[in-house]
Write a protein that binds this ligand. Structure first.
Ligand SMILES: C[S@@+](CC[C@H](N)C(=O)[O-])C[C@H]1O[C@@H](n2cnc3c(N)ncnc32)[C@H](O)[C@@H]1O
Length: 224
C-alpha cells in the first residue's frame, strides 16, 4: 500500500524544523510563523469552536481533552489556558526536535512523536482535535504531484481528525485564492470551497471563516 507520507517528506519536515530550532530557538520563527501575533490570531480563531459556557457546565468547570496535531512547541496549550479554558492537552508532532523542545518548554504537557497515522488514536478519543499550520507544506508521496492526488494526505488527516474527536475539530489551511500564496509553490494551499465540500461528505456540521488573516482560512467540524 502506498504510504500517505513518504520517508522523503518526513525527513524533509524533520530537517527543516531541526534547522529552524537551531537557528531561532524558542521563537515563532522556528515554526515558520513570521511573529507571535500571527500564531496567536490563528489560535484565537481555532478556539472559537470551544463552548463559551465552559465555566458553567453543571455548575462545574468543563475540562476538555484536546489533541493538537503538529503541535510545535505546544504553545496552543498555553494560549487556551490564558483564555481560561481548562484542558487536558496532548500534542503530536512529526519532528523529534519539536517534540523535545516542547517537552523542555512545557514539562507538564504530554507530547508524542509522529504523524496522526503513526499515533493512530481511537475514534472519539478526544473532545476536540486542533491543527494549526501543520498542513502548509507540499506533500510529495510516491503518487502525490499529479493533479488527481493533490491534497490527498491533507484530506486523509482531516478525516482522521474528525473520527478522533468526540465533539469537534478546528483546523486552518493556507488560502489558494491569495496571490502571495500562489507565488509560493513550496506551500500547500486549498480553495476553501473544495475543503468545505469534502468535509460535508462526512461531518455533521461544517463552518468556515476567512475574516482574520489575508491568506488563511479556518474550518470547524462538529459532531453534534
Ligand atoms: C507551522 S508549525 C505550527 C506549530 C503549532 N501548531 C503552532 O501553531 O505553534 C507546523 C508544525 O507541524 C509539524 N508537522 C508538519 N507536518 C506534520 C504532520 N504531517 N504531522 C504532524 N506534525 C507535522 C511540524 O514539525 C511543525 O512543528
Amino acid at each position: 500500500m502506498t504510504k500517505l507520507l513518504s520517508d522523503k517528506q518526513r525527513l524533509r519536515i524533520q530537517t527543516r524544523h531541526k534547522d529552524s530550532v537551531e537557528k531561532f530557538g524558542y521563537q515563532p520563527q522556528a515554526l515558520y510563523w513570521s511573529n507571535r501575533e500571527i500564531q496567536q490570531i490563528r489560535f484565537r480563531k481555532l478556539s472559537e469552536i470551544l463552548p463559551l459556557n465552559h465555566k458553567l457546565e453543571g455548575g462545574n468547570i468543563a475540562v476538555w481533552s484536546v489533541l493538537d496535531v503538529g503541535c510545535g512547541f505546544g504553545d496552543l496549550k498555553g494560549f487556551l489556558q490564558e483564555q481560561g479554558f481548562i484542558i487536558d492537552y496532548h500534542g503530536i508532532d512529526l519532528s523529534e526536535t519539536m517534540v523535545e523542545s516542547a517537552q523542555f518548554q512545557r514539562p507538564d504537557i504530554q507530547v508524542s512523536l509522529g504523524d496522526l497515522f503513526d499515533f493512530d488514536p481511537a475514534d472519539n478519543a478526544y473532545d476536540y482535535v486542533f491543527l494549526s499550520g501543520a498542513l502548509n507544506e507540499v506533500v510529495e508521496t510516491e503518487i502525490e504531484g499529479t493533479a488527481q492526488y493533490r491534497g490527498r494526505y491533507a484530506k486523509a488527516v482531516i478525516r482522521k481528525m474528525y473520527d478522533t474527536c468526540r465533539r469537534g475539530v478546528a483546523f486552518n489551511l493556507l488560502d489558494a485564492r491569495h496571490p502571495w500564496i500562489q507565488s509560493r509553490p513550496d506551500l500547500q494551499s486549498f480553495m476553501p470551497e473544495e475543503i468545505v465540500e469534502y468535509c460535508e461528505t462526512f461531518a455533521v456540521k461544517v463552518r468556515w471563516a476567512d475574516d482574520y488573516l489575508e491568506n488563511d482560512f479556518t474550518v470547524y467540524l462538529e459532531k453534534q
